[in-house]
Design a protein around this ligand. Structure first.
Ligand code: BV8
Length: 326
């Protein structure tokens, strides 16, 4: 099948992100030009890719381009996003505190009433699974009725002008509920469960065999006796406990983000975290080369030349976002 047709077929079936790496510059330029003047009110305008191949309307190729045209607006927003500056938002429990989710270290925080070593540490699970499951049942039920606050909504609004990537230590989904589209959960998600022998569990002692791959959405809290349908292991919350490796920290991607933010006048926001837990905590030094960087916290700690924004996230973030959007 002629390469052009192949490209058009690809263009109709895959996202721009997937295709662009394969497109010769001349094609990219042409598509960018056509996509940027794609008119939402008149999506039927045919891409004249056909004209290059000197074909007529009946030719299947043109039919293909017609379909491609519907995608023109997808390409338009892709190219618009490409030109956007990048904002990296690194967050912790303080970001969700105003939505009624207790933090860890503040007064009345989780660690005041629970011993972290007994409920959120790898070995604790094999000592007393029921105690750990009860702790996460309370968290799950506590989160159920929590709603995003104005701070979360403001962060979602940022995406109108910026490419925003959220790197969060939080296991709640308030950022997603607020409409944030790119949220990376370093320490897992409360609405997900996995087999206790899941292969993404890595520990320093490495003696136990983690080979299963079963994961599922957590609709109801996991109970003792809820077994993995694949290997019969006990199901557990899909979170990263202390002494378990933080698996989804992709350093190459981090390096790209840091370059992007540093050299393309991007922004780094550190919101509601005491920066006590690692390797997540390295973010703050990792992005300290960035010019536009902020620490948003009820009690911000002075770090390098970060701009400190003191106060509750639900009040301070809308103000900061208005400033960045202006
Ligand atoms: C690992 C998921 C090894 C579960 C969590 C380097 C140096 C030192 C120690 C280590 C190191 N590297 C590793 C360690 C050990 C350990 C660690 O960091 N220990 C610390 C305590 C010293 N790290 C680990 O064990 C990590 N794993 O190292 O594995 C390995 C390596 C290779 C191969 C195999 C194994 C795993 C760490 C992840 C643990 N899981 N959560 C769950 O949530 O139940 S951590 C959990 O606690 C959270 O996810 C978060 O990360 C942390 C809590 O911190 P914050 O979110 O910052 O919350 P905090 O309450 O502390 O602060 C709240 C802030 O908000 C405050 O600043 C407050 O002022 C502010 N605030 C409050 N209200 C508001 C507000 N701000 C704005 N508005 C408000 N309204």
């Amino acid at each position: 099948m002629d390469t052009t047709i192949q490209l058009v077929k690809m263009a109709t079936e895959r996202s721009p992100e997937e295709i662009v790496p394969f497109l010769p510059d001349v094609f990219q330029k042409r598509i960018r030009q056509d996509a940027m003047d794609a008119d939402p009110a008149n999506p039927k305008r045919v891409f004249h890719m056909g004209s290059w191949a000197g074909t007529t309307d009946e030719d299947p190729f043109v039919k293909e381009t017609r379909t491609f045209n519907e995608g023109a607006l997808i390409w338009k927003s892709f190219f618009e996003r490409e030109n956007m500056k990048t904002v990296i938002v690194f967050s912790g429990a303080g970001l969700s505190a105003d939505s009624g989710i207790p933090t860890f270290r503040d007064s009345g925080g989780l660690w005041e009433n629970h011993n972290v070593e007994d409920v959120a540490e790898h070995e604790a699970w094999f000592r007393d699974k029921e105690l750990v499951l009860r702790f996460y049942e309370q968290r799950f039920n506590g989160y159920k009725d929590c709603k995003p606050h104005l701070g979360h909504e403001a962060l979602a609004r940022l995406e109108q002008k910026f490419k925003v990537v959220h790197i969060t230590q939080n296991i709640d989904d308030l950022l997603e509920q607020a409409g944030c589209s790119d949220v990376r959960h370093l320490h897992g998600r409360i609405r997900s469960k996995k087999c206790e022998w899941h292969k993404d569990i890595t520990t320093l002692d490495g003696d136990r065999k983690f080979v299963c791959d079963f994961k599922a959405e957590m609709i109801e809290p996991v109970k003792l006796g809820e077994l993995c349908p694949k290997c019969g292991g006990q199901m557990r919350p899909d979170v990263v406990w202390f002494n378990e490796a933080v698996g989804n920290l992709n350093y190459d991607e981090m390096k790209d983000w840091c370059k992007e933010v540093k050299y393309n006048d991007g922004i780094f926001i550190c919101a509601g975290t005491s920066v006590q837990v690692y390797p997540a905590g390295y973010m703050v030094s990792f992005f300290s080369q960035v010019k536009n960087k902020f620490i948003v916290d009820r009690k911000p700690q002075k770090i390098a030349d970060y701009e400190l924004i003191e106060g509750n996230a639900s009040e301070t973030l809308p103000v900061l976002v208005d400033r960045l959007m202006s």
